[in-house]
Design a protein around this ligand. Structure first.
Ligand code: GLA
Length: 383
């Protein structure tokens, strides 16, 4: 594990009894909207993270302090409930998980700060949930494994934020490894690390600055459309329990007449296959072939899965024929957030300057960009 520094913003909250935990945001190279279909994903933890400082309180009171929102709240543990849209809901959701698992939760003081941009598709909410879950596990000596913590963090998102997310974000935050991507089988939760060797290329994210506020309801709709597809296929093929088990022939045969469900399921089945082939490209060092698959993923997400937006499409279309960019696509849940791009190191500066200017002119927004380094997952960084 690398030595990660405690950010200055949290130093004022630290006493002799404080535990400080860092939990990162994530990128995903390929395999989008496949996790809740029991497919594969290829994420990595990044150098933007959420940090929490916790210590016990006497009694059953929670004192929560958000540095980013400059807000503090005090609540009795028995009074916690979902407050979707508020930063505290992710913390309450995790506390609720500990209680449901039969853990005795004492009062605590928790201060939180992060530099994962919010609503940018980098999983700031999963980073919060994982940071809190890891910190409580240490504070209460609960002994949960990383896998259990990932599942608890995901359940917190379902029940306290109302997003029926898959396991990718929480898993990537907790299991990240410096300079490696994780190939995660979302059915068995078996995983494998691959070194990401980019040579003369770097990963750059372009942030549309469109917040994915529509995202959570549309996200849940996509999930149920996939389930509908599985149900239809299951009538002819009872051994199919998820789109992971389905082939394109089954999709065509069983869902052919249901135009929307057909498009959604077609994208997912193709994407699960694309990821496997993309991993072979990476293992063979063929980044060019991998990059082409990223563009294909984008087209599927935009036209068939319909989770893109005009700003994301603009950013991808704009780099599509640029020889310095070998792959680009929208990343994460969609409806805003970032595109992920693999770009020739020497050309980044020039490209960012030109794209920012064009984006401003055509979309009327300031473009942000982040050069990404791949880092370790959740850990205690001070006690
Ligand atoms: C969000 C969800 C993930 C995953 C992605 C899409 O980030 O939290 O579980 O489904 O969208 O791949």
């Amino acid at each position: 594990m690398r030595d990660y520094k405690i950010p200055d913003q949290l130093k004022q909250f630290i006493t002799a009894d404080t535990i400080v935990v860092r939990s990162p945001g994530r990128i995903n190279l390929i395999g989008e909207h496949t996790d809740y279909n029991e497919g594969f994903v290829l994420p990595a933890a990044i150098d933007k993270a959420v940090y929490v400082a916790v210590e016990k309180n006497p009694g059953t009171r929670l004192n929560l302090q958000s540095v980013d929102f400059n807000e503090s709240i005090e609540v009795e543990i028995r009074d916690i409930k979902p407050v979707p849209g508020h930063w505290s809901t992710y913390i309450f959701g995790v506390v609720d998980q500990f209680i449901r698992k039969g853990q005795f939760v004492t009062g605590f003081k928790l201060s939180i700060y992060g530099d994962v941009p919010l609503g940018a598709g980098l999983s700031s909410s999963a980073a919060v949930e994982c940071a809190v879950a890891f910190a409580l596990n240490e504070l209460l000596q609960s002994g949960f494994s990383r896998k259990e913590l990932a599942l608890m963090a995901q359940a917190a998102e379902h029940q306290y934020a109302g997003v029926k997310c898959g396991i990718m974000d929480q898993f990537a935050s907790l299991f990240g490894k410096k300079d490696h991507v994780i190939r995660l089988d979302c059915r068995s939760l078996e995983y494998e690390y691959f070194p990401l060797e980019l040579g003369e290329y770097v990963i750059v994210l372009f942030d549309t600055m469109v917040k994915h506020s529509l995202g959570s309801s549309e996200y849940n709709i996509r999930r149920s459309q996939c389930e509908e597809g599985v149900m239809l296929i299951g009538q002819n093929y009872p051994s199919v329990h998820s789109l992971r088990d389905a082939t394109m022939e089954m999709v065509n045969e069983c869902i052919g007449e249901f135009e929307t469900a057909h498009r959604r399921c077609k994208y997912v089945v193709e994407e699960i296959d694309r990821l496997q082939k993309g991993c072979e490209d990476l293992q063979a060092g063929d980044l060019i072939a991998f990059g082409k698959k990223m563009f294909a993923t984008h087209d599927g997400l935009s036209k068939e899965y319909e989770v893109s937006c005009k700003e994301l499409d603009y950013l991808v279309d704009n780099v599509r024929n640029n020889p310095a960019v070998i792959g680009a696509r929208m990343m994460g849940g969609g409806f805003g957030g970032c595109t992920i791009n693999i770009i020739s190191k020497d050309m980044v500066e020039e490209l960012v300057a030109k794209l920012s200017e064009d984006y401003k002119k055509d979309m009327g927004k300031e473009l942000k960009h982040y050069l990404v380094n791949i880092e370790d997952g959740t850990s205690v960084i001070g006690r």
